[in-house]
Design a protein around this ligand. Structure first.
Ligand code: ARG
Ligand code: ZN
Length: 860
């Protein structure tokens, strides 16, 4: 089973390149099955010895090799390399290859997406286009000529500026592009097709005019405006916040239907999954609007953090991703509600990142060992990476952080660098020793912080003792103490007595507070000041005190989450560390008082009324009884709906009806309304009203809110509304994905036969990652009842599909296998059922390196 594709790479093995390439000329003649690529490079030897030039290449048909214009025969083609020998110190290398984009279902390299051609080169896809030194520390200037049929592909796009274009024979034409900024090949892009084009412009702070162009499928132009507006907001924000301006004269974004990830920051030519571009009120939810704005901003921010300064090697991925996620999070917080943003980020950490840390794929934000790089575009590298940057921001302050950023660009503009270089710039700009802080880059796992307090009435003194301990992870047995900022609020009867940030740097430390007049309630880790699990040993009445009185609204939300969690785990009989729970009546009364504040702070109240997701709860206990936990959650939701029906109805009735606009007030009110429907939709007497909520809605947010409420609440209503939804949207696959997802995550007994039916739907296709994620991803990640069915049928079902998807698209298969690898919290019967399926996968002939890496680790 193990072959060259399954080789392991180590960070410690990094060597600077033996040869460098500073100029690249690409000539690409597009044909569906026989695209010709001529790659001409200026190569220079850097090493002292005469070692051969080893170029990367995958799935290429080699046609010719020339050196300084003459045919060259001193080379060997190996499985994934071309080894060229006997070379002079500096030379022009010309390699001609042929590729088959129409049959490239991996969506990596050059492929056809519907009627268009496009590329995805990060991380190591450029080697599927031509033989090259496919590593990010090779930075070159590119000149690219694209040829194609003029009527089918009126737009021939690549990075930078157009320098020539013209007509060719046989109805073909060409365009030549030049990108003046040296870049690694993973930022190369090419798009060819026919599109609707939205044009706009942006004048930078220094007065340069930038042309903005957004390319979408024909007929979708009206859905492009939100993305374009988002881009302008992001451009302005980066100037104001970090003094960073755009550097080319044109910025292009293309939306495509077949894409493995969210989007890609290719220099001057972003390629996007259409899911993160297209929106109007009818077809997109408030969440979709939010994500479009944030992904558009993310890719734009990469122009500085990623493109101008890039990664030396792929182990450094968090250098650009953690930092850029942090930047897009700050942007989103400035555009709308910082609180709701923070809550969503923390939910992602607790649901997915903690799970990754606890599973077989655990790795530090800067991994040490990688088999398939595509497997490391993870919540750890991205989201925990952003949390690490956020801690630096907390530590150094807004201005200190900005000084560090300025120094980073001053030192490294135009370079390929490491995470250490970034931290060093932060350190030097602030004369702040970050030696200890750097451990966050090398240590994996979720630290556990424990707190205990001791109050001395006589001395009017409070002593807070914090300890930290990081449990061993699959990749790393030994752990050391980290530098952990702990936002601390001490609450008395009259409210906040102290609010400060403590810095925990040792295994155990005691902090002394003087002039404290009463035994305080501790509200710790405000705003989730560090990516850790906290156990403070306080009881549920202390927790209620935080819910009512903490200054930090995040802490109020978080305390509520703990109350719910302790209650549910106690009901489900889970094994773990839980406080004596609050009574059901206690939760009812807390929610009632929240409902009374609902009109004043709809956003906060809406989030506080939400129970922790099933996935978050799973991370909090061992040997989870899936059914008991699911039923406990369901039962509490029903009890709350019954007890608070009138209070909830009163709020729903007060919320004003308005014509749809993606605007903060409205977003918050819709969120509150739909959270309330999640409760009310469980009551038989409100089914007619729930249907009206769906049918009267002028927007997708409320339609989907009604569908979710029905999905949890009432099978008949759900079935009726789903039929209506399909009729309305059957010709719009992107919108229909929501429908696939709702079906796949519905806790129904006949779940698997429904999935079979859906996979035969005329809009479903195993080749399109969005469809696959909507159906199978929703099932595996968000249908605990169905996926974890006691007879193992859910595990077998997913495995059958993975065996079919892997040969088509290994990246998609490797993402979808995740729920089968994170079984630590499950009972032993389920673990062994999962193992059986993992063995079936591992025995699959020609299994991709992507899936092999994750499955073999899971079987340990
Ligand atoms: N750099 C892209 C981003 O903005 C993601 C590209 C991921 N590509 C991959 N093959 N895993 O985050
Ligand atoms: Zn990114």
């Amino acid at each position: 089973m193990q072959n060259a594709r399954h080789a392991i790479k180590r960070r410690s093995d990094y060597q600077s390149p033996a040869y460098v390439i500073q100029h690249v000329e690409l000539d690409i003649d597009l044909y569906p099955h026989e695209t010709r690529v001529i790659c001409t490079t200026q190569v220079e030897r850097k090493s002292a010895d005469q070692q051969p030039l080893v170029l990367d290449g995958v799935d290429l048909q080699l046609l010719s090799v020339r050196v300084n214009g003459a045919d060259w025969t001193n080379y060997v083609e190996k499985e994934q390399t071309l080894v060229v020998d006997g070379l002079p110190d500096a030379f022009t290398l010309t390699i001609e290859t042929q590729i088959d984009p129409a049959n490239n279902s991996s969506l990596e390299g050059l492929y056809k997406s519907g009627d268009a051609y496009c590329t995805q080169c990060e991380a190591e896809g450029f080697r599927k286009i031509t033989y090259f030194l496919d590593r990010p520390d090779i930075m070159a200037e590119y000149r690219v000529t694209v040829r194609g049929n003029k009527s089918a592909y009126p737009y021939l796009l690549s990075n930078g500026n157009v320098v020539a274009k013209g007509e060719l024979d046989d109805g073909r034409h060409f365009v030549t592009w030049h990108d003046p900024f040296p870049k690694p090949c993973y930022l190369f892009a090419l798009v060819a097709g026919d599109f609707d084009l939205l044009s706009d412009n942006f004048v930078t702070a220094s007065g340069r005019e930038v042309a903005l162009e957004l390319y979408v499928d024909k007929g979708k132009r009206e859905r492009g405006y939100h993305a374009l507006d988002s881009l302008k907001r992001a451009m302005a924000w980066d100037e104001q916040t970090f003094g960073l301006e755009y550097d080319l004269d044109i910025y292009m974004i293309v939306a495509v239907d077949f894409f493995n990830m969210g989007a890609m920051e290719n220099k001057g030519l972003n390629v996007f999954n259409s899911k993160y571009v297209l929106a109007d009120g009818q077809s997109a939810t408030d969440d979709d609007y939010f994500h479009i704005e944030s992904v558009i901003a993310h890719e734009y921010f990469h122009n500085w953090t990623g493109n101008r300064v890039t990664c030396r090697d792929w182990f450094q991925l968090s250098l650009k991703e953690g930092l850029t996620v942090f930047r897009d999070q700050q942007f989103s917080a400035d555009m709308a509600s910082p609180l709701v943003n923070r809550i969503n980020q923390v939910n992602v950490m607790r649901e997915h990142q903690f799970a990754e840390d606890a599973g077989p794929m655990s790795h530090p934000i800067r991994p040490d060992v990688v088999m398939e790089m595509n497997n490391f575009y993870t919540v750890t590298v991205y989201d925990k990476g952003a949390e690490v940057i956020r801690m630096l921001h907390t530590l150094l302050g807004v201005q200190g952080f900005r000084r560090g950023m300025d120094l980073y660009f001053e030192r490294h503009d135009g370079q390929a660098v490491t995470c250490d270089d970034f931290v060093q710039a932060m350190q030097d700009a602030n004369q702040h020793d970050l030696t200890l802080f750097k451990r966050w880059y090398s240590q994996s796992g979720t630290p556990v912080v424990r707190a205990s307090g001791e109050y001395d009435q006589q001395a009017r003194q409070f002593k807070l003792t914090l300890t930290q301990h990081t449990p061993a992870t699959a990749d790393q047995a030994e752990k050391q103490p980290l530098m952990i900022p702990v936002n601390t609020e001490l609450l008395g009867n009259q409210g906040t007595m102290v609010q400060t940030v403590l810095s925990l740097t040792q295994a155990q430390q005691t902090f002394v507070f003087d002039n404290i007049d009463q035994a305080p309630v501790m509200s710790l880790l405000g705003n989730f000041s560090a990516p850790v699990r906290l156990y403070d040993g306080q009881n549920s009445s202390a927790r209620q005190h935080i819910v009512m009185y903490a200054n930090d609204p995040f802490s109020r939300w978080d305390a509520m989450q703990t109350l719910y969690g302790d209650y549910l785990h106690c009901q489900a009989g889970s094994a773990g560390e839980f406080a004596e729970p609050i009574s059901t009546a206690g939760i009812v009364e807390l929610q009632r008082s929240l409902l009374n504040q609902a009109m004043d702070s709809p956003a906060l109240v809406a989030e506080m009324l939400c129970l922790p997701s099933f996935e978050t709860l799973v991370q909090q206990a061992e040997q989870i009884d899936v059914d008991a936990l699911f039923d406990a959650r369901n039962a509490l939701l029903n009890q709350l709906a019954e007890a608070l029906e009138q209070d909830m109805l009163a709020v729903v009735q007060q919320l004003p009806a308005q014509a749809y606009d993606y605007q903060q007030n409205q977003v918050e009110q819709r969120r509150l309304r739909n959270v309330l429907w999640l409760y009310l939709g469980r009551l038989d007497q409100h089914q007619a009203a729930l249907k009206s909520h769906y049918h009267d809605a002028d927007n997708m947010t409320d339609c989907l809110g009604a569908l979710r409420a029905a999905q949890e609440g009432n099978e008949q209503t759900f079935d009726q509304l789903m039929v209506a939804f399909e009729q309305r949207w059957q010709d719009d696959p992107l919108v229909l994905d929501k429908w696939f997802g709702l079906h796949a995550s519905a806790p129904r007994k006949d779940c698997l036969s429904r999935l079979d039916l859906l996979s035969g739907h005329k809009q479903f296709s195993l080749n399109n990652p969005n469809r696959v994620r909507a159906l199978l991803g929703s099932f595996a990640f968000y249908n605990p009842k169905g996926f974890h069915a006691k007879d193992g049928s859910g595990y077998r079902y997913l495995t059958d599909y993975l065996k079919r998807i892997d040969p088509i698209n290994p990246q998609v298969a490797a993402r979808l296998v995740t729920p089968l690898t994170q079984f630590r919290h499950l009972d032993s019967e389920r673990k062994s059922l999962i193992e059986t399926q993992l063995h079936r996968l591992l025995d699959t002939p020609n299994l991709s390196g992507d899936v092999f890496e994750k499955v073999s680790k899971a079987l340990g």
